[in-house]
Design a protein. Structure first.
Length: 359
């Protein structure tokens, strides 16, 4: 598939309609800069979708630190018990562009000198860092049959210290512009990506963005249907395999109505019937998504998708990336609502805006 259908972060941020967009948005943070702080860990909430830490520095500043989901850290074998409240820590990360004393943590060093890579960074304080490899390939799994995609797999990106492969990860979906209609370009003006993404809380993603996740997806064969169990936000998609129904005539939902068929060893999924109130990137209820999953070898299933909606995009677009075989264990997600530090900041901004408007 041509890369001309891939998209940029700006387009993603600008073309969303509440409440369905990127929950793991980093648009608030300056990823080209790194700040290092040292102090006492006064609060630690290891949770999904992002962990939250508070560090009191020696100069009196209290740092609000956002970081990776606890499920990914658990999968990396992170010794979170080393980072006890009341102990000294060092934290490095990307500074916020919206608030002082706030950052996205990429590295943390315990009082005992043990470094944990939290997200997308090389070791900072010497050798022996934990968390350099997030993806656990299933060990000892039996050889797959020709048609088998029924195992857990995940997209290989956002690995600490490992640059994204431009052609082999969901990160590639943000690198060139989408073919927008005039109406979609107008919708981009005045959009505040930071405020929008911080307001989403635990609302699950929708199609097709729900398939772009570093956590594993398990494919379960139920005969008349195939279930896609996605760890992130505990989402379950149902693919109707013997349905003669027209997806566009079904009850409209966030994930739409999906009908599947086999073309040789490739599973083809056609999805329509989307709820416009949970639209993705300003898409309409006329959006249609076509997905193709093909087993390349025992370790890789190729995931390809095409999205079409004449209301939003001047032409269909899409992408291709591999789902790499992972340990089949899926963790409960148990999302914790909101980002309270940023919510307080935005609440203050809105109060100031209302006051300035005399309301």
């Amino acid at each position: 598939m041509s890369k001309s259908g891939l998209c940029t972060a700006a387009a993603v941020a600008a073309l969303v309609s509440a409440p369905a967009a990127a929950h793991h948005s980093y648009v608030e943070f300056d990823q080209q800069s790194t700040v290092e702080i040292e102090g006492t860990l006064v609060a630690a909430a290891w949770q999904n979708p992002h962990s939250r830490l508070t560090v009191a520095a020696a100069d009196g500043a209290r740092w609000d630190i956002e970081s990776s989901a606890v499920n990914g850290l658990r999968r990396a074998g992170a010794p979170l018990e080393l980072f006890e409240v009341g102990t000294k820590v060092k934290v490095a990360g990307w500074p916020s562009t919206r608030a002082a004393s706030r950052l996205f943590g990429t590295n943390i060093l315990s009082a005992g000198g043990k470094e944990l890579i939290l997200f997308r960074a090389p070791p900072r304080w010497g050798p022996g860092a934990i968390g350099l490899e997030r993806q656990a390939v299933a060990a000892g799994a039996p050889a797959a049959s020709a048609r088998t995609i029924f195992r857990a797999g995940g997209s290989a990106y956002a690995r600490p210290g490992v640059p994204d492969d431009p052609d082999a990860s969901p990160g590639s979906l943000w690198r060139v512009p989408l073919p927008l209609t005039d109406a979609a370009r107008q919708a981009e003006a005045g959009f505040d990506a930071v405020k929008y993404n911080m307001s989403l809380g635990c609302a699950p993603k929708n199609m097709p963005y729900v398939m772009v996740a570093p956590s594993p997806t398990d494919f379960v064969d139920r005969g008349e249907s195939i279930l896609l169990r996605i760890e992130e936000f505990d989402v379950v998609r149902t693919i109707h395999m013997n349905s003669r129904e027209n997806p566009s005539t079904q009850r409209k939902t966030r994930l739409g109505y999906s009908v599947g068929r086999w073309e040789g060893d490739t599973l083809v999924i056609e999805t329509a019937g989307f709820n416009p109130n949970t639209a993705w990137r300003n898409s309409s209820e006329n959006m249609r998504v076509t997905e193709r999953l093909t087993r390349l070898n025992d370790d890789v299933v190729e995931y390809a998708f095409t999205v079409a909606d004449p209301n939003t995009w001047a032409e269909p677009w899409g992408g291709v990336y591999p789902l790499t075989r992972m340990d089949a264990l899926l963790f409960e997600y148990a999302c914790t609502e909101g980002n309270y530090g940023m919510a307080n900041i935005l609440s203050g901004e809105r109060a100031a805006e209302r006051a300035a408007a005399g309301k």
